[in-house]
Design a binder for this molecule. Structure first.
Ligand code: BGC
Length: 367
C-alpha cells in the first residue's frame, strides 16, 4: 500500500510504499481510508516539530483525523461490520496509570501514551489501517465527507462539555439545565476547531462572538454569520473597546493557540467566567506578562483557566451527533468547512499556505 511518511525532527516527508497492515487479533478491524484531515499538529510535524516514530523505527506515518470504510473484521468484532464507515480515535493509553486503565488516556498521567500519527504509533495517512474495534466509532451515513472532522469535533466536545460542567456545577443556583443558554461566549481563532466550537455553542443556545484576523467579508466570517454568530476582526484589536462592548463574557474558547493572545483572553473574561484553551502554542521565546494583575483578577473574579487536550470515545459519539444537528439546523454550512482537498500523491500542496480562506484541508485516499 501507499503511505505518507515523515522522518521525525526533519522536513523529509514523502509518499512511499509501506507494508499492508494485517489483522492479528480477533477484535481488530481493517479499514480502507477515505480521507484524512490536516491540522496544526501535522503542520508542526512537517516542519521538524513534535513527532515520534514507533519504537525502533525512524519514520512515522502521519495523520490522525481519519474517515474510512471497514473492509475486513476479526472473528470477535461486534461493533462494526464490513462496509460500515468509521472514524478511529488517536490516543492509546500507557496501560499503567488510573485514567488510562479507565479508558481515559486523554488524562494520562505518566506521559507514556501513544498517539497515532503523532507520538510513537503510525497514523492514518495510508491506503489501509488496522486497529482494535474499541477505538472505532461508526459514522452515520448521512454525514458524508464531513465526518472526516470527527476528531477535531471530539476535541471541541471535551473542551465545551467540561467548561459547561464546571460552570453549572459551581453555579448551582442556575436552574436552567443548559448552562450555556443565553450566555455570551467568545471563540478566538476561526479555523476548524474554532468554527466547530461556534457551531456547538450556537446549538447550545449561546450568543457567540468569533474573533479572527480573517477579513470580515471572508469565508470564516460568512460561515459564522450563517450560524447566527457575530464576527469581530482582531487584526488591530482594541481590547478596551471589546471589553466595554462585551463586559460579561462567561465562556471563552481559545482555538488559536497563540500564547501571547491567550493572556489577552484572560483579561477579556467576565466575572465567574471560564477560559478553555484548546490550541497548542508553539514554543517561542519568553515574553513579558503582568502576572500579579492577572492572578489578582482571576482570584477576585472567581475565574477558571482550563486546559483541554485530546478526547474520549464518548466525545466522538457526542460530536457525530452534534454534526447531524448542525447539518439539520444550518444545511450546507458544515460542508463548506472543508475548503481544500488534495489527492494523496499531491500531499505537498496541503502544506502550502492557503491563508484565511482555508478552514479544513483534507487528503483523499479514495480516488
Ligand atoms: C490532536 C489531539 C492530540 C493533540 C496532542 C491534536 O492535534 O487533535 O488528538 O491529543 O494534538 O498531540
Amino acid at each position: 500500500m501507499k503511505a505518507i511518511v515523515l522522518k521525525p525532527g526533519t522536513t523529509q516527508i514523502q509518499v512511499t510504499d509501506f507494508p499492508d497492515p494485517i489483522i492479528q487479533k480477533e477484535t481488530q478491524i481493517k479499514v480502507k481510508i477515505i480521507a484524512v484531515g490536516i491540522c496544526g499538529t501535522d503542520r508542526e510535524e512537517a516542519i521538524g516539530g513534535r513527532a515520534d516514530a514507533p519504537q525502533g523505527e525512524d519514520r512515522l506515518v502521519i495523520g490522525h483525523e481519519m474517515l474510512g470504510s471497514v473492509v475486513e473484521i476479526g472473528s470477535k468484532v461486534s461493533k462494526v461490520k464490513v462496509k460500515d464507515r468509521v472514524v478511529i480515535s488517536v490516543r492509546r493509553g500507557c496501560n499503567a496509570c488510573e485514567p488510562c486503565l479507565a479508558s481515559r488516556s486523554d488524562y494520562c498521567t505518566t506521559g507514556n501514551y501513544k498517539e497515532r500519527g503523532i507520538k510513537g504509533a503510525h497514523g492514518f495517512q495510508s491506503t489501509y489501517v488496522v486497529d482494535d474495534e474499541s477505538y472505532a466509532i461508526k459514522v452515520p451515513d448521512e454525514l458524508g465527507d464531513i465526518a472526516v472532522m470527527a476528531e477535531p469535533m471530539a476535541v471541541v466536545q471535551k473542551a465545551i462539555q467540561e467548561a459547561i460542567l464546571l460552570q453549572s456545577c459551581r453555579m448551582n443556583w442556575i436552574q436552567n439545565p443548559n448552562w450555556s443558554q443565553g450566555k455570551v461566549a467568545c471563540v478566538a481563532g476561526l479555523g476548524p476547531i474554532g468554527l466547530l466550537a461556534c457551531a456547538v455553542l450556537r446549538l447550545k443556545g449561546a450568543h457567540v462572538i468569533g474573533l479572527d484576523r480573517a477579513p470580515p467579508d471572508g469565508i470564516r466570517a460568512k460561515l459564522l454569520k450563517a450560524m447566527g454568530g457575530t464576527f469581530v476582526n482582531d487584526k488591530n484589536f482594541d481590547m478596551d473597546a471589546f471589553r466595554n462592548k462585551y463586559p460579561d463574557l462567561q465562556l471563552i474558547v481559545d482555538a488559536a493557540g497563540v500564547a501571547q493572545f491567550d493572556f489577552n483572553l484572560i483579561e477579556l473574561l467576565g466575572p465567574n467566567g471560564i477560559l478553555v484553551l484548546t490550541g497548542v502554542p508553539a514554543e517561542k521565546p519568553q515574553f513579558p506578562v503582568n502576572g500579579s494583575k492577572l492572578m489578582r483578577q482571576i482570584v477576585l473574579k472567581n475565574q477558571i483557566i482550563l486546559g483541554s487536550v485530546n478526547e474520549s470515545i464518548q466525545h466522538f459519539i457526542d460530536g457525530l451527533h452534534d454534526m447531524q444537528e448542525i447539518k439539520k439546523k444550518w444545511p450546507g454550512v458544515l460542508e463548506q468547512f472543508i475548503t481544500h482537498q488534495f489527492h494523496y500523491t499531491e500531499f505537498q500542496k496541503v502544506f502550502e499556505k492557503h491563508g484565511s480562506e482555508e478552514i479544513k484541508a483534507i487528503i483523499r485516499w479514495d480516488k
